[in-house]
Every structure is written in structure tokens, then in C-alpha cells.
Design a protein around this ligand. Structure first.
Ligand code: GDP
Ligand code: MG
Length: 307
């Protein structure tokens, strides 16, 4: 029986490639005897991507302007409206190889996996250009964290091609707006879905800019709390560490008070008085960082209950 497939395509200024991607998907599905239920374009473009996609029959979902995570979340949830046997998401900048569609689709259709991820580094020679060292290093760190959190022998976190069962999307919860790629994997594993990583080709981006390098500080800022939360380490480390620094500052304060006979002017002149302030501020910051992450955790738990 012909299987039904829905695509989710994230786009930010991809007017040069969107048509080619959509046409290639249509032709590939014809060859594989897959019926396209719908193509959803989750868009945050300022160019004509949206108009082109609509003209070619896609359903356009507004990304929301908060990054790929939010756009993917909206696009994937919208895909549930179209009943299909599987949902496939892929980058629209021409970096993935659409000829690989079968490899991604097969494990979901023969029920050997619930979520299939593409890896550019599982096998040598899959990246068709000199992949920037800084990106590779960043990916290595993220993969290391992902391995720790999921227990899976993953080799990539940012492949641009994914196939999944609609139930994975139905249950998907994201807290971060910039952590879709990692959170989606962690979330699926937490919920007991079978995640499979397969080797996948990666071409050079021939137009526009990649989002990764441009936004590393922002990325770290948004990603770190989510990953710490997902790892459940904030209670174990951040609270005690914060308390430890505050205790140190109190001890330092007691020592300076004793040593100066509580002479305030003299206390202010002591270098260790500055140390008290510094330790106190560090302690307070760590404590509140933990507290903020705990709040995020509560939001996550509430989301879980709702579903
Ligand atoms: N809707 C939406 N799509 C995005 C956003 N950022 C990137 N994309 C799309 O997501 C895909 C991957 O983005 P890209 O910047 O190439 O990421 P990289 O290849 O991992 O560096 C492409 O299809 C982009 O058009 C965004 O903020 N919103
Ligand atoms: Mg790209």
C-alpha cells in the first residue's frame, strides 16, 4: 500500500533553493511510491521564499522569528493535521542530499526506528568540503553532551535530515527556542522512542549564511541552561556550588570583622573585603541560575502533564 508522507521544511531566506528542493522531493517520492500528504514550510524569511512555496502548493506556517527551534516546533505540530505514516524534515539550503530520502524513510516504515537522524561524521568522506574547525569543535562538544544524556553512540547533532513517526511529533516538547536539534533527540529518548542514526551526505552551502557560527554566543546562552536542565544536574551542582561561595564570603566577612575589631572604615580598606563581595556575587548568581533552571523544569513538567 502506498505510504503517506508529510514534509516539514524550515526556511529563512531560501528563495534560491526552495523550488528545487520541493521539486526534487516530489520526484523522489514518485520514484519511491510515496504519496505526499503535504509539504509544510516553516518560514522566517524576508525574501520571496514564502510566495514561491505557496505557489508550488506548500502550506506555509509562520516560524515566529525566534529561531529554528520555534519554527520547527510549529511546522512539526502543523504536520500532525495531515494524517500521514511519517513526517520528514529537511534543510532547504541545498546542504542535504534528497536522493537519500529512501535511507531515512525505510527504518520508520519497516518499524525498526521511530526517529531517524542523519550523521555527517559517522562515516568518513560524507562532508563534501572543508568543514570549518570551529563548527566541528562545537558539534563535538554537543555530541559529547548528547551521548551522556541519551546513552546513544551518536556522532552528530546537527544533521539536516530527519524522519519520524507522527507519535514522536505528537509527544514532542521543547523548552528552548534554540535547542530544537538536541532537545528533539533527548525528548524522544526520554519518552522511550527508538532513535537511529544513519550516515548522510552534506554539501557546501552555495548561497546565504549558516546560522551556527554567526550566533555562537547566543547559542551557548540559550542552549546551556536547557542542556543543564535536561541533564538534571542543576540541583546537584548549582545550588550547592552557590551555597558554597556564599558560605566562603560569610567566613571571609567574619575573619575581616574579627581582624579589624569591626572597624568599618578599616574593613573597607582591606583587599579581602572585595573578595567577600566577589564571592557573594558569584554564589548568588550560581544560586539564581539554578533557580531559573528549576523554574524551566517546572514548565517542562507541566507540559508533560498536559500531554
Ligand atoms: N524558519 C526558520 N528557518 C531557519 C532559521 N534558521 C535557519 N533556518 C533554516 O534551517 C535550515 C538550516 O539552517 P542553516 O542556517 O543552514 O543551519 P546549518 O546548516 O546547520 O548551519 C535551513 O533550511 C534554513 O533556511 C530560522 O530562524 N527560522
Ligand atoms: Mg545549512
Amino acid at each position: 500500500m502506498t505510504k503517506k508522507i508529510t514534509f516539514v521544511l524550515p526556511t529563512r531566506d531560501e528563495e534560491k533553493t526552495i523550488q528545487k528542493v520541493m521539486e526534487e522531493l516530489q520526484s523522489e517520492c514518485r520514484d519511491l511510491n510515496l504519496a505526499i500528504q503535504q509539504i509544510i514550510v516553516a518560514d522566517d524569511s524576508h525574501d520571496h521564499t514564502r510566495d514561491i512555496a505557496k505557489e508550488l502548493g506548500a502550506t506555509v506556517v509562520i516560524g515566529g522569528g525566534q529561531g529554528l527551534g520555534q519554527a520547527m516546533y510549529r511546522g512539526l505540530k502543523a504536520a500532525l493535521r495531515f494524517e500521514s505514516d511519517l513526517i520528514v524534515s529537511l534543510d532547504t539550503d541545498g546542504q542535504v542530499d534528497i536522493k537519500e530520502l529512501k535511507k531515512f524513510v525505510d527504518p520508520v516504515l519497516n518499524d525498526s526506528a521511530d526517529l531517524v537522524l542523519g550523521s555527517r561524521f559517522k562515516e568518513k568522506g560524507k562532508v563534501g568540503y572543508d568543514y570549518p574547525f570551529i563548527n566541528r569543535s562545537g558539534i563535538r562538544i554537543l555530541v559529547f553532551i548528547l551521548r551522556k544524556l541519551t546513552g546513544l553512540p551518536l556522532t552528530d547533532s546537527h544533521g539536516g535530515f530527519r524522519a519520524m513517526k507522527p507519535t514522536v511529533v505528537k509527544e514532542l516538547e521543547l523548552i528552548g527556542t534554540h535547542t530544537y536539534v538536541q532537545e528533539c533527540i533527548i525528548d524522544a529518548v526520554e519518552k522511550g522512542f527508538r532513535v537511529k542514526e544513519i550516515s548522510s551526505a552534506w554539501h557546501k552551502r552555495n548561497h546565504g549564511k549558516s546560522r551556527i557560527v554567526r550566533s555562537i554566543p547566543k547559542y551557548v546562552f540559550y542552549t546551556l541552561p536547557i542542556l543543564i536542565l535536561r541533564a538534571g544536574q542543576h540541583i546537584r551542582f548549582l545550588y550547592p556550588l552557590g551555597m558554597f561561595f556564599i558560605m566562603l564570603s560569610i567566613l571571609d566577612f567574619l575573619w575581616v570583622s574579627y581582624d579589624t575589631g569591626l572597624h568599618f572604615r578599616e574593613m573597607l580598606d582591606r583587599q579581602s573585603f572585595h573578595l567577600i563581595l566577589l564571592l557573594f556575587m558569584i554564589g548568588l548568581n550560581l544560586f539564581f541560575f539554578g533557580f531559573t533552571i528549576e523554574l524551566l523544569g517546572n514548565i517542562k513538567r507541566r507540559l508533560s502533564v498536559k500531554i
